[in-house]
Design a protein around this ligand. Structure first.
Ligand code: FES
Length: 139
């Protein structure tokens, strides 16, 4: 996914999480976990949400991945060392789902890769719309 540059008023920023400066985000080692905290406004309801994404770089593009397993929605965590040797970067403990460092499902029941967030560049910082993860095709 390419980086979308936009000015502050060109996009609905009500559920945008700031992941920090682009230069920092593009520094390895990869994949890495990036935490966020965001105020989400939905009509008259406003709440603070905390979460995290996994970030990697593929073909010089930022890959911002949701940690939500595409099987039944558990959270995939960093795989333990023994699994990493087999190319598993993220592991879902619920039913043994396995994903590689680009979030591609490589083992267990997940039907498709981890969803991606489109990166928006606002004033040098990368933002994502946390309510709008995008599905990738099955592998
Ligand atoms: S919810 Fe992740 S493997 Fe089932």
């Amino acid at each position: 996914m390419g980086l979308v540059a936009c000015s502050d008023d060109s996009i609905d920023t009500s559920s945008m999480a700031n992941l920090g400066p682009l230069d920092e985000l593009k520094k390895g080692p990869f994949p890495k976990k990036v935490n966020y905290k965001v105020q989400v406004k939905d009509a008259w309801v406003e709440q603070e949400l905390e979460g995290f994404v996994y970030v990697n770089v593929e073909n010089r593009d930022l890959l911002i991945m949701s940690p939500i397993c595409t099987h039944l929605g558990c959270t995939a965590s960093n795989a333990e060392e023994a699994k990493q040797k087999d190319g598993v970067a993220f592991y879902c403990p619920c039913h043994g789902g396995e994903y590689d460092q680009y979030g591609v499902n490589i083992g267990g029941p997940p039907p498709r890769p981890l969803d991606l967030f489109e990166p928006y560049l606002i004033d040098g910082n990368v933002h994502i719309s946390i309510l709008s993860p995008q599905e990738r095709k099955k592998t």
